[in-house]
Unconditional design. Structure first.
Length: 256
């Protein structure tokens, strides 16, 4: 049943936030980061801000596992997104309204006007399919100059709250949560549209890799954390296929 009253939704959001904060006080949270400032859970020291990529079913863990700093969240302009905007604002996150299908340009404009804020995005939202990466996060990263930080969030024991297109993971009391903020992916400024999907797929692949590492850490593998960082990896960018690049005859026609 959908709640039509915004005021009732605000009251319920306060109640849910209070209950979730109590729940998360019982959890053991372990956080791994590659770059000191490239995490929403540390007070920023430098000027660079980042775009954090997480799946929609991980929102609760992302918001409540630790305190966030200087963080905005991209939320759909759909009416249901309005309810979520109220909830994240109560949790201390600045909502920015927009999505890949609606309000994207306005969202970029608002983010550009707030150089002090990181941005969190769920690139499989607002309506799925579940964990299917869309190009919007690459577009916003390219236009705002905020490198994408792939993330992984896993929990040892959890409930799955059913939704219309994906479940929402809610940790059970006294469980253990692993948070990973990976190596930032620096998307070229003003990246052409035809190259964005290759970058989106690269982000998705890196998130899958980090999730496997998080699961290994959860199982007690002490070597997994050493595999998180890729700062020294010269191949840490998508390998564009030939069809993504201008063809030789295209250059010749331009020269002519």
């Amino acid at each position: 049943m959908k709640i039509r009253s915004r005021w009732l939704n605000i009251v319920l959001s306060y109640l849910a936030t209070f209950c979730l904060r109590l729940l998360f006080l019982t959890l053991r949270v372990q956080h791994f980061k590659v770059v000191e400032d490239a995490t929403p859970y540390s007070r920023p020291v430098g000027q660079q801000r980042f775009t954090f990529s997480m799946w929609h079913d991980q929102i609760v863990m992302a918001v409540f596992s630790r305190r966030t700093w200087n963080l905005a969240g991209l939320i759909s302009q759909h009416r249901d997104g309005g309810y979520l905007a109220d909830s994240v604002l109560i949790a201390g996150i600045q909502p920015v309204r927009g999505s890949t299908s609606r309000g994207g340009a306005e969202a970029v404009s608002e983010i550009l006007s707030r150089p002090d804020l990181h941005l969190a995005m769920t690139p499989d939202g607002p309506r799925g399919p579940r964990r299917k990466m869309k190009e919007g996060i690459v577009f916003i990263s390219s236009r705002s100059g905020r490198p994408i930080v792939p993330t992984a969030l896993v929990c040892s024991r959890q409930w799955s709250a059913p939704g219309s297109w994906t479940d929402m993971a809610i940790p059970k009391p006294f469980s253990k949560v692993i948070l990973i903020a990976g190596t930032p992916i620096r998307v070229p400024i003003d990246l052409p549209r035809e190259e964005m999907m290759a970058w989106a797929e690269f982000v998705s692949d890196e998130m899958a890799r980090l999730e496997l590492l998080a699961q290994r850490i959860q199982r007690g593998d002490t070597t997994a954390s050493g595999e998180i960082g890729r700062s020294s990896d010269s191949g840490y960018r998508p390998q564009l296929h030939s069809q993504d690049l201008p063809q030789a005859n295209e250059f010749q026609s331009r020269a002519a």
